[in-house]
Design a protein around this ligand. Structure first.
Ligand SMILES: [Zn+2]
Length: 424
């Protein structure tokens, strides 16, 4: 149990929290060493009590104005596991806000408020290495400690870092890139000399292009990082970080890989994802089919849900753009025609199948998809699989498919073939 970090809200693995120092810091936050000379957008709340090479330091002191990173032995990325274990640090239980430096090998419950992931530059840039390191550490440390990833955040990657479960980042990489003459935005790392105009309106960029030098570039990079982090906090508060990530992660391939690999780690994301939300779920990419809310609904409909109306015929109908479906003109007509003589089930991408009595549940009533009239092969495959599993457990005497167009028809024919059942 930590005294100085509290999680207030979750959106998948991303969290909105608070470092409860003398002056409270909302997380995810941009933090830096109290002795560092960093621009105003950064909370200077870290204090590094030093390394344990080559000699043992005195026990650290600290107070609630800053998080004291406890003395540790820094090991280079790629240190063999047995060496890392042999040199694993023991951290004292101290009475002030503290941080413990951990690696995927040495992460454990250290009774610290902040876990500092060492060697982060070795993982960042590689989707599976990053997700492996992060999920290993997150499983090993208590859920109520903040995870700090030093030296890696940029305006382009920070949304995905937070999406994966990072609570604290620093401006070091944005500063270094600026001194190298790289102008960072949420989509690119431009060579400063290639920019004829500055694509930003932050205070550092409020000057003629001619006078803008690398010092200004550093200041801009940190502003851009802070602004992106503020946007991410807003997205978490609204429960809509995933919708943003599906677009933002496209700006760098390793970020897209990270999002997809996390979708494959269903258990890690699922246990951290709220069961219901009020926010709309925007299904605009194929990746949306793999997001936890969609997969969870499909699992529940095919594994837990027991059809209670399968003593009468099943009528399969298309979904409607208006939610709940029963408010739409088409579904009002279906209901008027069918009454209660059959069980109405809607077919939809990306949700799969929605039995009539579940249409008010999350996310059946909350999603909005892009309607072009065409179904992709992945959508046909997904909805077919859900429908097939749904029908596998039901006992309808007759199946009537009242569906238009190619996609719906393809699905019904595939499922009819594979189950050996006649669809009317
Ligand atoms: Zn700027």
């Amino acid at each position: 149990m930590t005294d100085y970090f509290e999680v207030h809200e979750r959106d998948g693995a991303a969290r909105l929290g608070e470092l409860r120092l003398a002056q409270s810091v909302p997380t995810p936050a941009l933090v830096d060493d109290v002795d560092a000379d960093t621009p105003g957008a950064v909370h200077t709340v870290l204090h590094d009590a030093g390394g344990r090479w080559p000699s043992e330091p005195d026990p650290p002191g600290g107070d609630d104005s800053a998080v004291t990173i406890l003395p540790h032995r820094g090991l280079p990325a790629g240190t063999p596991d047995e060496v890392a274990e042999a040199f694993a640090d023991d951290y004292p239980d101290v009475a002030f806000p503290s941080g413990a430096v951990v690696s995927p090998t040495t992460a454990a419950d250290h009774a610290a408020d902040v876990s500092v992931l060492s060697g982060a530059p070795g993982y960042v840039g590689y989707g599976s290495a990053f997700v492996n390191a992060l999920t290993t550490v997150k499983k090993a440390v208590p859920a109520d400690t903040a995870l700090y990833l030093p030296g890696v955040a940029t305006p382009r990657n920070v949304a995905t870092l937070v999406y994966a479960g990072v609570d604290l980042v620093d401006p070091h990489r944005a500063v270094i890139r600026g001194t190298e003459g790289r102008y960072l935005t949420t989509d690119e790392a431009y060579f400063l000399e290639d920019l004829a105009e500055l694509p930003c309106a932050c205070p550092a960029c409020q000057q003629p292009r001619d006078g803008f030098d690398r010092t200004d570039c550093v200041e801009h990079n940190v502003h851009a990082l802070a602004a992106e982090l503020a946007r991410v906090r807003r997205r978490i508060r609204d429960g809509r970080l995933r919708d943003y990530i599906e677009g933002q992660a496209r700006q760098d391939n390793w970020l897209t890989a990270t999002v997809r690999i996390m979708d494959q780690r269903y258990g890690y994301v699922e246990r951290r994802t709220p069961l219901i939300r009020r926010a709309e779920l925007a299904a605009t990419t194929e990746d949306a089919l793999r997001r936890v809310e969609i997969q969870r609904f499909a699992r529940r409909v095919t594994e837990r849900y027991v059809p209670r109306f399968d003593d009468r015929p099943l009528v399969l109908v298309p979904c409607s753009a208006r939610k709940p479906y029963s408010d739409s003109q088409s579904h009002t007509q279906y209901h008027d025609a069918v009454q209660w003589r059959a069980h109405i089930v809607s077919m939809t991408s990306p949700i799969g199948v929605v039995p009539q009595e579940l249409e008010l549940t999350y996310p059946a009533q909350h999603y909005d998809s892009v309607v072009t009239g065409d179904w992709s092969a992945t959508e046909v495959e997904f909805v077919s699989r859900v429908l097939e599993r749904y029908l596998g457990d039901a006992d309808y005497p007759e199946i009537i498919a009242h569906v238009p167009g190619e996609g719906y028809r393809d699905i019904c024919e595939r499922v009819a073939d594979s189950l050996g059942r006649e669809f009317t």
